[in-house]
Design a protein around this ligand. Structure first.
Ligand code: NAD
Length: 309
């Protein structure tokens, strides 16, 4: 849910997000296609519950061909409103123990991905003493930052929400920087965890991190930025691979009732996918984003072929 400037902006975003979701589900090994929805509204609008109920009414009409969950502007408590009259909602608060936010699974997948990328880049997944710039300390980014702090990484952080920044400084001794300069910090790893298109013509030449691995969707403004990152010698973990932990956890409930330990085991496997993508990118000297897209397309094509049989 976002107050998009125009319907064209919303359409462009939802199509990009839908493709990302399809590729994310494929790379996470889920028997799901992929789709996304956007709601053109301010998440602080007092009419939000009514908008959510109206939206859920449409989702119910798809009779399970489309499920939906939380994302920017729609949290687990909002998803409970969606679930009032709709059977095809996951990641709603009442599925979990009080206070648990399912973005924790996304953050765990991001942490596993950063370790795999570190191993690829430096020969060890150990993040002790590594510096990581985390852009966006929301539901997912703050939980990723906590994992990184726990293993001794040094955090540089930015958010437009000053309270979130203050909490990171107090809790993790993080260094706070201007949100406009977070991508350009002298760090080992840049973790974009806010909104999309952070790797663009303006920011890319200013990025000095060796690794980019974060949780935001659609980090590359244009596909050619994947090639530009490779030319610049920057290891890029495709966003939809790194942020597949949430859907791995949430999507599992469509088919089964996995335990928390089973879910965490599945999220751990994201690290192997990250390693496979980065190795293949090096072997073929192709951008990691292109390699991941090709792997995802091959998985979708093979699933479609077996459905036809
Ligand atoms: P969120 O709304 O909880 O957090 C986003 C944070 O980014 C907020 O704290 C916001 O203040 C901050 N922010 C916004 N603009 C900023 C800017 N210019 N500079 C710095 N900070 C800025 O959202 P979230 O759920 O944490 O999701 C973050 C990203 O991860 C999104 O792109 C989302 O699509 C993606 N993602 C999230 C999940 C999940 O489980 N939450 C799963 C997959 C992908």
């Amino acid at each position: 849910m976002q107050p998009y400037q125009s319907l064209d902006d919303a359409l462009n975003d939802v199509l990009r997000l839908s493709q990302g979701m399809t590729f994310k589900n494929a790379m996470a090994g889920l028997s799901l296609g992929g789709g996304k929805c956007v709601i053109v509204a301010d998440p602080n609008d007092p009419a939000k519950p009514e908008l959510l109920r109206a939206f859920a009414h449409h989702v119910q009409h798809f009779s399970g061909r489309f499920w939906t969950a939380i994302d920017v502007g729609v949290g687990p408590a909002d998803a409970d409103i969606l679930a009032e009259n709709c059977d095809y909602i996951f990641a709603n608060a009442s599925r979990y123990e009080a206070g648990f936010n399912p973005s924790a699974y996304t953050a765990l997948g991001g942490f596993v991905s950063i370790k795999a990328a570190a191993e690829h880049q430096w020969g060890s997944p150990d993040l002790h003493g590594r510096t990581v710039a985390v852009q966006g300390l929301g539901a997912a980014g703050s939980r990723l930052a906590a994992h990184l702090h726990d293993v001794g990484a040094k955090l540089v952080v930015a958010d437009i929400n000053q309270e979130a920044v203050n909490a990171a400084v107090a809790q993790w001794n993080a260094t706070a920087v201007d949100p406009h300069t977070i991508h350009a910090q002298d760090v080992d790893i840049f973790a974009p965890c806010a909104l999309g298109a952070i790797v663009n013509d303006v920011t890319l030449p200013q990025i000095t991190a060796s690794v980019i691995c974060g949780l935001a969707n659609n980090q590359l403004a244009e596909p050619h930025h994947g090639a530009a990152l490779r030319s610049a010698g920057i290891t890029y973990v495709p966003d939809y691979v790194a942020n597949g932990g949430g859907i791995t956890a949430a999507g599992s409930v469509i088919y089964s009732e996995p335990s928390d330990a089973e879910i965490r085991g599945r999220i751990d496997a994201i690290g192997e996918t990250v390693s496979a993508v980065l190795r293949q990118a090096d072997r073929s000297d192709r951008p990691s984003a292109e390699v991941a897209d090709n792997m995802a397309r091959a998985k979708v094509a093979s699933a479609a072929a077996s459905n036809d049989r």
